[in-house]
Design a protein around this ligand. Structure first.
Ligand SMILES: *Cc1c(COP(=O)(O)O)cnc(C)c1O
Length: 381
């Protein structure tokens, strides 16, 4: 027998209450019974997004909300800044170019956060730029970008700040309305503690103005149509009924813990992962601006990161993520977002220590665990 643990940055574990709710027989979506669930979930989403705006619920993975944000707000030829600091930053650019937007690529070294001054420079010399697209948490490099500072740059301009919050919403503080984020997107399989299949998008008043003149082709992801349907507690097309039933359970859990409580837990888990990494001499991938969603570390010299991830997953039963592109085989990403708590971190760190030791790396067993425990004790009342 081998027990399995999922500690990847999406999909993340699903809590029992959501699993049970989703196991109930399917109901029809055009019914008062479903509308009631939908309405409550839509309301709670505003709490988690920290906005007064509607949060659209789409049947798609997170990328669907990213694509919709572009097709609903821009026209071919529109100029945008792409903060490209990893795989997901790159995705903003690829979608933009697929729809004929003119992308100004701002390349950021993997593991680093964008310098707002670099964004300002491009904005100042190109007054026609209509958007800055960025990740709040760039999952591929485990770095967090300075969203608040970027929002200050776009606020007074005819320019939108479009934020991929897919591993940030429900992880750390990202007050959409307070900071002036114009578009905030997320997805179900990360901090929302659900299986993949739902994408979320919230738009500021300023963003909705852009929508009125945007000419990119679109059909399935039609935000105006979705907003109209949302007012009637439904979606334009058949909603992912089962996932929305699970969503309500997950959102109730977040509400009960409170957003501040959720942020504090993620902060504690992230600090524990970083302390353990330090104790084990594992160099952090994003030491200056680490995201509280996932901790990335370089695997020690002489250890094949790809094999380590595979061994942890297939032989040990602990699924974590490796690296992509030039970081392939070089890093390990320990996720701590969503339905994750104290002892999940102990499992993750103990598993890494034991696996490294199996791979012939000299490890003082328990050293990382002890360092994490010191931090995790804060969670004990
Ligand atoms: C997971 C993730 C996405 C979305 O990927 P999907 O596979 O479409 O759900 C986008 N951005 C970030 C930062 C992510 O972590």
């Amino acid at each position: 027998m081998k027990k399995k643990y999922l500690l990847a940055p999406g999909p993340t574990p699903v809590p029992e209450s959501a699993l049970l709710a989703m196991a109930a027989p399917i109901i029809h979506h055009r019914t008062p019974q479903f509308s009631e669930i939908f309405k409550e979930a839509a309301e709670l989403l505003k709490y988690v997004f920290q906005t007064k705006q509607d949060v659209l619920i789409l049947a798609a993975s997170g990328t669907g909300a990213m694509e919709g944000s572009i097709t609903n707000l821009f026209s071919p030829g529109d100029e945008v800044i792409i903060v490209n600091g990893g795989k997901f930053g790159e995705r903003w650019g690829k979608i933009s170019e697929a729809y004929g937007l003119k992308a100004h690529w701002l390349t950021v070294e993997w593991g680093k956060a964008v310098n707002p001054a670099d964004v300002k420079k491009i904005l100042d010399s190109n007054p026609s730029i209509k958007a800055v697209m960025v990740q709040a948490s760039e999952t591929s490099t485990t770095a967090a970008h300075p969203v608040k500072e970027l929002a200050a740059l776009t606020k007074e301009k005819n320019c939108l700040l479009i934020v991929d919050g897919i591993t940030a919403v429900g992880v750390f503080d990202l007050p959409m309305d307070d900071w002036g984020i114009d578009v905030l997107v997320s997805g179900s399989q990360k901090a929302f503690m659900l299986p993949p299949g739902l994408a979320f998008a919230a738009l500021s008043e300023k963003a909705w103005k852009f929508q009125e003149t945007a000419k990119c082709p679109r059909f399935y992801f039609d935000f105006k149509k979705e907003r109209k349907n949302l007012k009637d507690n439904t979606t334009a097309y058949t909603p992912a009924v089962t996932l929305i039933i699970g969503l309500l359970e997950a959102l109730k859990m977040i509400k009960a813990e409170t957003l501040q409580g959720v942020f504090a837990r993620h902060d504690r888990l992230a600090r524990a992962a970083r302390a353990a990494s330090k104790a084990l001499n594992l160099k952090l991938l994003a030491p200056e601006s680490p995201s509280n969603a996932t901790t990335g570390v370089f695997v020690p010299d002489g250890v094949d990161g790809g094999k380590l991830v595979k061994y942890l997953r297939d032989e040990v039963g602990v699924t974590m993520a490796g690296g992509q592109d030039h970081l392939k085989g070089k890093i390990l990403r320990i996720a701590h977002l969503g339905y994750v708590d104290t002892f999940d971190m102990i499992i993750a760190i103990a598993a890494i220590e034991m696996a490294l030791s199996k791979f012939g790396h000299k490890v003082e067993l328990g050293k990382g665990v002890a360092a994490a425990q010191q931090i995790l004790l804060e969670g004990y009342k």
